[in-house]
Design a protein around this ligand. Structure first.
Ligand code: FCB
Length: 472
């Protein structure tokens, strides 16, 4: 018996050592290179990102506009300070100025999304004036040397579709296919880079597990069903886009490249020598980072959380529907096994690291680790979002510099990164956080809608202008 206990103890020690070795931190000598030495691949896309509901203004006909005016079960407003997106950053009317500001920084690409509820205000109705607006936006980009990178779904749904159950309902796949086809017919001549969905896991987590975004449910089983429908919709959209988009707008020989945008967060154990913390770390890493992406290799979506959720769906044909992957990276969480909390898991930022106004730890090495996670798919990677909400210009400057340094390290290590988009071009409506959190490169005065480049953002332009091309 004693021997058995000793053996078990030794096994656990070895397992912990193995886990620590396998999931080691990455480190490089900070600022080993000055920005003048930065070298990026030829054709690297430098950009900034936005999403329709957060910047355009006047989105009155989607699920978020309803949600912003509703209250939770304890009669509290859904959005911090009772904000509503309203006119947001009035990007709908100011897009020309905004694209000029983007160009002034030296950027050559813009990641944006189209608002489904404006293009299809009612089922089966295509609103040509909204379509014309997006055509003009894309033409302005093409005329000024900005490569459009278009996201079809960035968290919002037309109200009519939300009323029909949104992505909980299998019909959503058909509705999304229809929307994709019409958008592809309209914008295909200008757009080569397409993303179907922005952050499916965040969308499902906030709307169906935490219940702090519409539809405000707390049912992990439904969240799994939503994710499976999103994957099906992605697959349909992938084929439709390739069939419909025939113009090679950027002249690289391929008319359209379709990807999905995945948020990656880095999870590490709060106590590296405590196996239960490893258990929570690995569980979260699996559910949050890997479950959805793995379906693109196995053609099966599995989503299991202890004994709360057991979900499995075969998705034949899903493999080979990724021409690229978008990575949104913001932070690292330390995870702690905690018997007192509902899901037995507690997340916290590492104490030693600087914090953003979102209370997220600033951890640039995490971007390198995120890129390593997705490199296994063997497709080009774009960093579709990375940014900081802060009032502290020095911190913003350091954040940008250190994260681009991490991208540079990844490229030196032969990870196929093709572009970087800062989130966000200008301050905007940050979902449940309202307008308080300011991620923008440009400060927005919401009274006058005046934009001003933030001091801490200047470095981004300097990096772009100084960066050289890797010799082939
Ligand atoms: C991402 C979202 C984006 C923005 C940033 C801060 O999860 O895609 O819309 O809210 O976070």
């Amino acid at each position: 018996m004693l021997n058995l206990l000793i053996l078990l103890f030794l096994f656990l020690v070895l397992l912990t050592i193995w886990l620590n070795i396998r999931h080691h931190d990455v480190k490089w000598k900070e600022h080993r290179i000055s920005i003048d030495d930065f070298r990026f691949p030829k054709g690297f896309l430098w950009g900034a990102a936005t999403s329709a509901h957060q910047v355009e203004g006047d989105c009155r006909n989607n699920d978020w506009s309803r949600w912003e005016k509703s209250f939770d079960s304890e009669a509290r407003p859904r959005i911090k300070n009772s904000d509503t997106a309203g006119m947001a950053a009035d990007h709908w009317n100011r897009y020309k100025e905004d694209l000029r500001l983007l160009r002034e920084l030296g950027c050559n690409s813009y990641r944006f999304s189209v608002e489904w509820s404006k293009l299809m205000p009612r089922p089966g109705v295509w609103e040509q004036s909204a379509a014309d607006h997006y055509i003009e936006t894309c033409m302005t980009m093409r005329d000024t040397g900005i490569e459009p990178n278009l996201t079809l779904h960035h968290f919002t749904l037309p109200q009519w579709l939300a009323e029909r159950g949104g992505f909980e309902h299998p019909d959503s796949v058909r509705y999304f296919a229809d929307f994709t086809e019409k958008t592809a017919e309209t914008l295909g001549p200008y757009v080569d880079l397409w993303a179907t969905f922005n952050e499916p896991v965040v969308y499902a987590l906030m709307g169906w597990v935490r219940g702090v975004w519409p539809p405000g449910k707390r049912d992990p089983n439904l969240a799994a069903r939503v994710l499976a429908n999103l994957l099906k919709a992605h697959q349909r959209a992938y084929r439709i886009l390739h069939k419909t988009v025939r113009t090679d707008a950027d002249g690289d020989g391929v008319p359209c490249k379709v990807g999905i945008v995945k948020n990656i967060s880095i999870f590490d154990p709060a106590r590296k020598w405590w196996l239960p913390d490893w258990l929570t770390t690995l569980t979260l890493d699996r559910l949050y980072n890997h479950a959805l992406l793995d379906a693109f290799r196995t053609e099966q979506f599995r989503f299991n959380l202890f004994n709360t959720v057991r979900f499995r769906k075969d998705l034949p044909g899903l493999a080979d529907t990724l021409d690229w992957i978008g990575v949104n990276y913001y932070t690292q969480y330390l995870t702690r096994f905690d018997l007192k909390s509902e899901l037995k898991i507690r997340l916290e930022p590492k104490k030693k690291l600087p914090r953003t106004d979102m209370d997220w730890a600033v951890y640039p090495a995490g971007l390198y680790r995120a890129l390593k996670i997705v490199r296994v798919f063997g497709v080009p990677i774009y960093i579709t979002e990375n940014g900081i909400a802060t009032q502290d210009d020095q911190l913003r400057k350091r954040f940008i510099l250190q994260h681009i340094e991490a991208v540079h390290e990844a490229i030196l290590d032969k990870i196929d990164v093709r572009g970087y988009y800062y989130w966000s071009l200008m301050d905007n409506f940050e979902w449940a956080e309202g307008f308080e959190k300011r991620f923008g490169l440009y400060y927005v005065d919401y009274q006058t809608q005046e934009r001003t480049l933030k001091n801490g953002a200047q470095i981004y332009g300097d990096i772009i202008k100084n960066s050289q091309t890797i010799d082939e």
